[in-house]
Design a protein around this ligand. Sequence first.
Ligand SMILES: Nc1ncnc2c1ncn2[C@@H]1O[C@H](COP(=O)(O)OP(=O)(O)OP(=O)(O)O)[C@@H](O)[C@H]1O
Length: 307
Amino acid sequence: MKVMRELDEGSGLADPADSAVIEVRDLRMRYGPVEVLQGVDFTVRAGEVIALLGPNGAGKTTTIEILEGFRVRSGGEARVLGTDPAHGDERWRARLGVVLQSWRDHGRWRVRHLLDHFGRYYAPYSDEARTRPLPTDELMAAVGLTEHADKRVARLSGGQRRRLDVAIGIVGRPDVLFLDEPTAGFDPQARRDFHDLVHRLSDLDDTTILLTTHDLDEAEKLADRILILAGGKIVADGSADRLARQVSRDAQVRWSVGGEHFVHATDDATGFVRDLFAQHGEEVGDLEVRRATLEDTYMAIVRRDEG
Ligand SMILES: Nc1ncnc2c1ncn2[C@@H]1O[C@H](COP(=O)(O)OP(=O)(O)OP(=O)(O)O)[C@@H](O)[C@H]1O
């Protein structure tokens, strides 16, 4: 199994001068005879947005839940905000925001009251850097729930319910936010609003965010860095662009001349197109230059790993 890493974007070894918020070394998790995590390594620095990708059953939720302190690992090391998640106290927990994959509870509560209620838990944990919690009205506006403030939770639609999950995840203005498939069930507008929210949290509040998603377009839009978990290990770690170039440096050029269509793969698309115009001038039509999408890259990495 080959691990691709970017030397300049995440060597895996934390530079002490660099504030590593999440550190995972040789993380292992065994369910009965099956070792789902077989030595997972990665580092997340303050303010980074990381997308953890991988096939169904790869162990993404398991990894996140270990980091949240909800599951006890079988082996290896993990640190979140300098603390071993297996021994995190309430003060540590108050600095985390968690959006689980599925959470169905508090159906009789009204949205505003539920958020007020959760918010109160965080108030004693305010510090100079962060006033906790986020004011409920601001929070509801941020996730698009203002008009549903007085609805009972049980009456919300699936997508509205998911927005509430996100609101509960950020009510305490977390330093670190874990999001497990946050946009599952979102319509395109809700998805876009959520992406804006993630950018705001990252840019304005310097929140460190680790999210899982199966939406590769979303991963590309949101993440500074992408981690791919497959076969129990991190098999790729880097920006979408860098990973694409590691899988293939080639771009695909498509064009037509005199009604006939052509396609050519090249690692020098600019030079190729220049030559094309030098040769055919205005006869060139339908020109398209396409690099590997994150989906192409992801499929290539996961297939190679399975192979
Ligand atoms: N409590 C458990 N007991 C036994 N096996 C479990 C338990 N939780 C998860 N598993 C198994 O561990 C593997 C990893 O599960 P996990 O939910 O972490 O994967 P995932 O990458 O999040 O998958 P998905 O993309 O489908 O959400 C799966 O094979 C799952 O069946």
